[in-house]
Design a protein around this ligand. Sequence first.
Ligand code: GRF
Length: 204
Amino acid sequence: MTIRLGVLISGSGTNLQAIIDAIESGDLNAEVSVVISNHDSAGGLKRAGRHGIDGVYIDRGNFESAHKYNIEIRDILRRYDVDWVVMAGYMRLLGREVLDFYRNRVLNIHPALLPSFAGASGIHDAWDYGVKVTGVTVHFASEDFDEGPIIAQQAVTIAEDDTIESLEAKIHAIEHQLYPKVLMLIADGRLEIVGRKVMIAPDA
Ligand code: GRF
């Protein structure tokens, strides 16, 4: 079954690009139905356009409340018949209006090994703390930032000669592999949430 994705972004959209590439190469049985951004200058909107995908900019400033803003997001996702919501560098808290409608069908990617270094600057925070290992987490989204059940994690070792720039490059390279891999598991119907744990069924 081809799953229909709605991707929420705020920025450059390199994770969106990795998902599009996995679809176009035939590795991921999915379709990006719509890309929604809260910034009109987001590079991810241009990437969507280059691949013939509808991109929608929603300005939070045009809505009198977060509630109405999130209703608009939910309605656009529904209009595009989206099955799964993929947050890929979407830098706002997603409202209950979306999370309740898409219960257990909203994903997020975080550039650190949660629950360590949650928040908007996971790579820098891990670097500043001086950890020797950090990584990438893909998880189900919940009402709180970076909090829902964890689907997949991959560690990244910080080498003696790493710089913050080289660490960022390593983390992003892992992200671009891990997010499509998780979406492949979803397209194959292999994930099950059991309490806080996400069980992955063996490959048939
Ligand atoms: C990624 O590092 C992601 O983990 C974080 O925001 C960044 C988005 O990058 N949540 P991009 O827009 O996909 O290039």
